[in-house]
Ligand binder design. Structure first.
Ligand SMILES: [Ca+2]
Ligand SMILES: [Ca+2]
Ligand SMILES: [Ca+2]
Ligand SMILES: [Ca+2]
Length: 453
């Protein structure tokens, strides 16, 4: 038995030495430039600046006790056409610094973060493949500024999908997905998000998008959502930027559809939000939009195709839906219903929940003319207006709006004729009118006097 025992380790050692040589599949030439063509175990580490790593199709860099790529210098370039497999991060670019570019056309399977560059600025991640980080963040940039994430592939995260600081740009293409247990996207001020794919939080307290300020364009194929009943499709945290804009032809859905922090658990956002939608906004908990303080604008269009650009197409052709209440909050807010057809009202829309102007002087704008307003009732502070045209009808319910404009421009919402809310309620029969009309009494008396004379 003894010779056999001695023989066995000798064979294993030879095999180990042989395989170690074979596993150094990343070749450095010239200095700082690596090309990986086979299986490299134990990861690859080079923390100098200007390092470049290319993993060829079919090649793999694997590390079962750390990061696949540990490249902590500045201006690192990674192109993965193969596979990165790591017990740690797929790509670890270290903390701070700047200039990481990762193009993933293959697969990154990381037990920690897919791409980790905490607080690093000017990071670009282009993903056409799979970034799979089921236990941690997909792309973690902390407060790193000027991040760019172009996704036409799949990102899966057990924590936050993509986290970055101010001035981030995210483009999520048709068919692409960003799926996370916590916030799918968590970014700061002046963000720019263009979504034609799926951005979703699947956990119990994550938002689809959590941002401070910026612009979100959600095209007809785009969906931004959370499964969490207490969270939002899009959540605006406190911000120092005056105006943010959401243009939606797709679906935005959550416990609250669009939430502006009002100052509960999180500090309040007191800036202006502008929402233009011909798509679907759903608040499954009963609030579709909570826009908070400052002068906010919601414009509901039959068709936003006219706002398409070279970069994106708007207009779904499907009926617009606002499911849940819309709260415009304090400030002088405006709410518009604009349609180039059907006499100006949006008759195929689902708009039966309450629109609440909240405190201060708020205005509703219709492209429909006042002659299409066929009924108006005020019951317990809720003004219900019925519009009818060619056998179609739409009933809209308002609270705390002080002015109503009819016949406004069908694209801009400008112009038209404005009435005070009280002018829209049905005339109250006498003698109750003498008690309720108050100041109107003198005018009424004067009219009678003239008639007598
Ligand atoms: Ca606001
Ligand atoms: Ca407001
Ligand atoms: Ca208001
Ligand atoms: Ca008001």
């Amino acid at each position: 038995m003894r010779p056999i025992l001695l023989l066995a380790p000798a064979v294993s050692l030879a095999a180990l030495l042989s395989s170690t040589a074979a596993h150094a599949a990343c070749v450095e030439s010239p200095s700082g430039t690596y090309t990986c063509t086979g299986l490299q175990t134990g990861g690859l580490a080079d923390n100098d600046d200007d390092v470049s790593v290319t993993i060829d199709l079919g090649a793999e860099v694997e590390n079962n006790s750390g990061d696949a790529l540990r490249v902590r210098g500045n201006d690192t370039v990674v192109e993965n056409n193969g596979t990165l497999t790591a017990d740690g991060d797929g790509v670890d670019s270290g903390d701070n610094g700047s200039g990481l570019t990762v193009t993933n056309n293959g697969t990154i399977n990381a037990n920690a973060r897919g791409v980790n560059a905490d607080d690093e600025d000017d990071v670009t991640v282009i993903n056409t493949g799979l970034i799979n980080a089921p236990s941690n963040d997909g792309i973690r940039l902390g407060n790193g500024a000027n991040a760019t994430f172009l996704n036409s592939g799949t990102l899966i995260s057990g924590d936050e999908g993509m986290e970055a600081g101010d001035n981030a740009t995210v483009t999520n293409d048709i068919g692409a997905s960003i799926t996370a247990v916590e916030d799918a996207i968590q970014i700061g001020e002046a963000a720019s998000i263009t979504n034609s794919g799926t951005i979703q939080s699947t956990g119990t307290d994550g938002d689809g998008v959590d941002m401070d300020s910026g612009t979100v364009v959600n095209t007809a194929t785009g969906s931004i959502s959370t499964a969490a009943s207490s969270s939002a499709g899009i959540d605006f945290d406190a911000s120092s930027v005056l105006v943010s804009t959401i243009i939606n032809s797709g679906t935005i859905a959550g416990g609250i559809g669009i939430q502006v922090e009002l100052g509960g658990a999180d500090p309040a956002n007191v800036q202006t939000q502008i929402v233009r939608t011909d798509g679907v906004i759903i608040g499954s908990g009963g609030i579709a939009m909570d826009l908070g303080a400052s002068d906010d604008q919601v414009a509901i269009f039959d068709d936003l195709t006219f706002q398409s650009t070279a970069d994106y197409n708007l207009g779904s052709g499907a009926p617009v839906q606002i499911v849940g209440k819309t709260n415009l909050g304090t400030g002088e807010d405006t709410l518009a219903f604009l349609n180039t057809a059907d006499g100006g009202m949006i008759y195929d829309a689902v708009l039966n929940d309450l629109f609440d102007g909240g405190a201060d002087t708020d205005t509703v704008i219709f492209s429909a003319s006042k002659s299409d307003l066929t009924a108006s009732t005020l019951i317990a502070d809720i003004l219900s207006l019925t519009f009818e045209d060619s056998g179609m009808a739409q009933v809209l319910n308002f609270k705390d709006f002080e002015f109503f404009t009819f016949g406004a421009d069908r694209l801009t919402g400008l112009g038209g004729t404005t009435y005070a809310a009280a002018e829209l309620t049905a005339p109250v029969p006498l003698p109750a009118g003498f008690v309720l009309l108050g100041g109107g009494l003198a005018a009424l008396g004067a009219a009678r006097a003239r008639r007598k004379g």
